[in-house]
Ligand binder design. Structure first.
Ligand code: PFF
Length: 449
């Protein structure tokens, strides 16, 4: 398993930047606010936080354990730990899910690119919600530019992955992520101080538990997995690049904390503004592209801030899309023995086609549906609400029931160099073996009823 790419991350900071870079992306700033909006607000957030702590953290350790132990892509790691077994389905699911997610993620990445260009025009900043709303639908429903932007976004991601993730992206993320955080904080403050934002704050923090249904719970679970890049081999793949001495607990906690903080902050930046400007919180995927320009219009130097925001959002989206691509490329290079260039090229073509379909499904293909969903919704819904939870379920079950307990302990204590009280280890194993799988199953089954 000696591969040039397998030299791994150089430092804890490198790992954190890469994992947090994968986690923080469109999922936090674009998807989270509209999921909160369409799923009833505070009750959804509470469920989300509950799932992050109870399910996502154990799954994150589990994925790191598999990857660092297996020292390969998701499929290869499982192959090494449980050769010729049904568990290899984890590796297959990871590739399928990456393709599905990329097929809508890069479309939204393309929208972000377009909004960078749009933000240069003074006419862009407007406090007129309906004109912003029609501007967005006119663009996203057209057949040419969104497809071009999607391919451009995918192309940039592909170029980075061909060149190797290494220094460039890590170095930029180190600077740009804190700037993004600062900008979102600024937007949150402005949004919270808008007249009429109180109703939005109430929507975010005053739970109405009658809003929780099986579908809401599944949506919260799917969003948590999506946002933390779990259930699809991404953390397994990145885990295989992590140094043997690294503390997997610490990395998991820090990444989950940073990602959740970003999501809540994005909620605060978008939702109060939604109420202040009288937009419907259940607007859906267009929400951020309609509300934020209105908040920018209320800020001094709004146009510069708008350009900076969409530019950095693009970087956040890229650090996530490269991690999605890396899952597929690591599989193709290590398992199929394709060259890195060919792997990236073929992935580009496949996702390019599916992504174009999902882009066109906003407009001319909107009448083409499968199981009642357009291509875009189908990729989004099936990956987040079915494939990721099933992937996560398989991962914890694998670590809990199939892996040698001593190997799990060895990974959690980094070869015995980190002390872990036996009772704590027992508790972790209990969660991984019973609690997490049962909870995921319950949510999955409940949502079907
Ligand atoms: N976590 C990313 C986001 O929130 O935008 C999306 C993502 C990246 C999902 C990588 C899954 C993944 F493996």
């Amino acid at each position: 398993m000696t591969n040039v790419k397998r030299d791994g991350f150089g430092s804890r900071f490198g790992v954190l930047v890469a994992v947090a870079g994968s986690a923080v992306g469109l999922g936090n700033l674009w998807r989270f606010p509209y999921m909160v909006g369409t799923n009833g607000g505070a009750a959804f957030i509470i469920l989300y936080l509950f799932f992050v702590v109870l399910l996502c953290l154990p799954i994150m350790f589990s994925e790191f354990i598999i990857g660092r132990r297996g020292e390969a892509n998701a499929f290869g790691s499982i192959k090494k730990l449980a050769p010729k077994s049904g568990w290899l389905s984890i590796g297959v699911i990871s590739v399928v899910t990456s393709v599905a997610i990329l097929s809508f993620y890069s479309v939204v990445g393309g929208w972000t690119l377009e909004y960078i260009f749009k933000s240069f025009s003074p006419a862009f900043l407007s406090s007129d919600g309906s004109s912003l709303s029609s501007q967005f639908s006119n663009f996203s429903q057209s057949s040419f530019m969104p497809v071009v932007m999607h391919l451009l976004f995918l192309g940039i991601s592909a170029l980075i992955v061909v060149a190797g993730v290494k220094k460039g992206i890590e170095r930029y993320s180190k600077i740009l992520m804190p700037v993004l955080f600062f900008l979102v904080l600024l937007l949150a403050i402005r949004s919270l101080t808008l007249e009429g934002s109180g109703a939005g704050v109430e929507f975010l923090f005053k739970p109405d538990f009658s809003k929780i249904t099986g579908q809401t719970a599944l949506a919260a679970l799917g969003q948590a997995f999506f946002s933390l890049s779990l259930g699809m081999g991404c953390i397994i793949t990145y885990g295989s690049y992590v140094n043997k001495k690294e503390n997997l607990f610490k990395i998991s906690f820090m990444s989950a904390f940073a990602d959740t903080g970003f999501a809540i902050l994005a909620g605060l930046a978008v939702v109060p503004a939604v109420f202040a400007f009288g937009i419907s919180p259940s607007e859906g995927p267009s929400l951020v592209f309609i509300t934020l320009p209105q908040v920018f219009a209320q800020l001094p130097f709004g146009q510069i801030i708008a350009s900076a925001f969409f530019f950095i959002l693009l970087i956040a989206a890229l650090t996530s899309s490269i991690s999605l691509l890396e899952v597929i490329v690591a599989f193709c290079t290590e398992e199929l023995k394709w060259s890195r260039l060919n792997s990236v090229l073929i992935t580009f073509i496949v996702v390019g086609v599916f992504g174009s379909l999902s882009s066109l499904s906003q407009g001319i293909l909107s009448h083409v549906t499968l199981f009642g969903k357009t291509f875009f919704d189908l990729f989004d819904y099936t990956s987040s609400n079915i494939l990721l939870p099933v992937g996560g379920l398989l991962v914890v079950t694998f670590v809990g029931w199939r892996m040698e307990r001593s190997n799990v302990l060895d990974e959690l204590t980094s070869g015995g160099t980190i002390s872990l009280k036996p009772i704590l280890f027992k508790a972790i194993m209990f969660i991984i073996k019973y609690l997490s799988p049962i909870a995921i199953l319950l949510v999955l089954v409940h949502s079907l009823l």
